[in-house]
Design a protein around this ligand. Structure first.
Ligand code: ADP
Ligand code: MG
Ligand code: MG
Length: 388
């Protein structure tokens, strides 16, 4: 009997205990995968066994096998190019080394179902290590900017997967970005307008926006958003005045500090499956690098907001200075990489506002207690009241 029988592969992955170790065993055995599933082998898979789930906040299911490998099951498989194959073939090393992917063909495209990568010992994501750095007053922008610039440079390097990765967006595409951003603003205002109060806040985290009471905080956030909706719309609407062309290429598509792991031997960017709230995002469609850059700038800002909340607002000025320095350091380091030339500055401010609106939509739908971070960032972006 083929070792694949125990894996229980399906076009809609629903891993159960044992499936991840079984997948590793099947890949290590060399038995051919049953049709219609396709295995891409990028490195020999070691025959290790024993599994434990990863318990970090995640959208998919990742399982550690034999303390050597991570099996990630994609819960909402989408057609997308084999990004890890591309990154491996152009020699991008600042990620978890990929061993194999399992996909199923749909027409001439591929739907990725599972992937096997190196387990990175002692890894913490940026919501851990960057927040610690903010609290300690340590600079993080340089490391993050160099990493993201290196990633974008690798994405822009031709391979069999992306033979001509770089392109240009014309007027119609740019108008599409504007429409997409305006829709995000409207959706965010509507979503917070009808949001539940959400999880009661733990007693040790009193700094939830202007007041400690989440119901009062929600009322104030709603008022702020309705007063500022027109300004937010104008900020993203500025995209309509961006003259074509603007460069595009494959990007990460869901690039925040949570996707940057600091581990025993350095830093790694992970999670190339796109933005869970935007269909066909990331490397599936060429995009401006400014999208990843804006999302990373927003998340650096959120790190400062998390640190501010942990310290109950007592170190607000110092953390505001940390945010400014980290953002500036990020941009300086990014611009020093070859990808820096591709960054279209005209898009950045609008994409940041769009991203904050996406964070609000995400908070309203899935994680109410996250709302304070994007709200604090937006208040800092638009400090004056609209009547000034
Ligand atoms: P998701 O799409 O579910 O967000 P990620 O690829 O971002 O999946 O992984 C979720 C979390 O699992 C990461 O934030 C990190 O904490 C952990 N993780 C992911 N890959 C590795 C790895 N190779 N080694 C160690 N931990 C990892
Ligand atoms: Mg992730
Ligand atoms: Mg993901």
């Amino acid at each position: 009997m083929s070792s694949w029988a125990a894996v229980g592969l399906s076009r809609e992955p629903a891993p159960s205990p044992g499936s991840s170790a079984a997948l590793v065993a099947a890949l290590a055995s060399g038995d051919p995968a049953p049709a219609p599933f396709v295995v891409r082998r990028l490195a020999p898979v070691p025959a290790v066994s024993g599994e434990r789930p990863i318990t970090a906040d995640q959208t998919n299911v990742s399982v550690v096998v034999g303390e050597r490998l991570v099996v990630k099951w994609l819960l909402r498989p989408e057609r997308r190019p084999p990004v890890l194959t591309h990154l491996a073939s152009v020699g991008f090393a600042a990620t978890a080394r990929p061993y194999a992917t399992v996909s199923a063909p749909v027409g001439d495209a591929d739907v990725l179902l599972a992937l096997v990568v190196d387990y990175l010992p002692d890894a913490t994501d940026g919501y851990g290590w960057c927040v610690d750095a903010a609290l300690a007053g340590r600079e993080v922008g340089g490391v993050l900017g160099a990493l993201v610039g290196g990633l974008h440079t690798a994405f822009a390097t031709p391979s069999e997967v992306f033979p001509s990765p770089r392109g240009e967006a014309g007027p119609a595409e740019i108008a599409g970005w504007a429409a997409r951003a305006e829709a995000a603003v409207d959706e965010a205002v509507a979503a917070i307008g009808t949001a539940d109060v959400g999880d009661p806040l733990p007693a040790d985290t009193p700094n939830d926006g202007p007041t400690a009471d989440p119901a009062v905080g929600l009322r104030e956030d709603r008022r702020w958003l309705s007063e500022h909706a027109a300004r937010l719309r104008a900020a993203v609407g500025a995209l309509r005045r961006v003259e074509a062309p603007s460069p595009v290429q494959p990007i990460h598509g869901d690039l925040h500090v949570g996707q940057v792991l600091r581990w025993r031997d350095g830093y790694a960017v992970v999670d190339f499956d796109g933005n869970p709230t935007v269909p066909r995002s990331g490397a599936a469609t060429p995009e401006p690098v400014a999208r990843d850059v804006a999302q990373m700038l927003c998340s650096i800002d959120h790190v400062g907001r998390i640190a501010d909340r942990r310290t109950a607002g007592a170190r607000g000025d110092e953390l505001a200075a940390w945010i400014r320095a980290a953002r500036a350091g990020f941009l300086t380091a990014y611009r020093a990489t070859p990808a820096g030339d591709t960054l279209d500055d005209r898009l950045l401010a609008a994409f940041e506002v769009e991203q904050e609106c996406r964070e609000l939509i995400y908070a309203a739908r899935f994680l109410p207690r996250w709302r304070y971070a994007p709200m604090a960032t937006l208040r800092a972006m638009f400090p004056r009241s609209p009547s000034d």
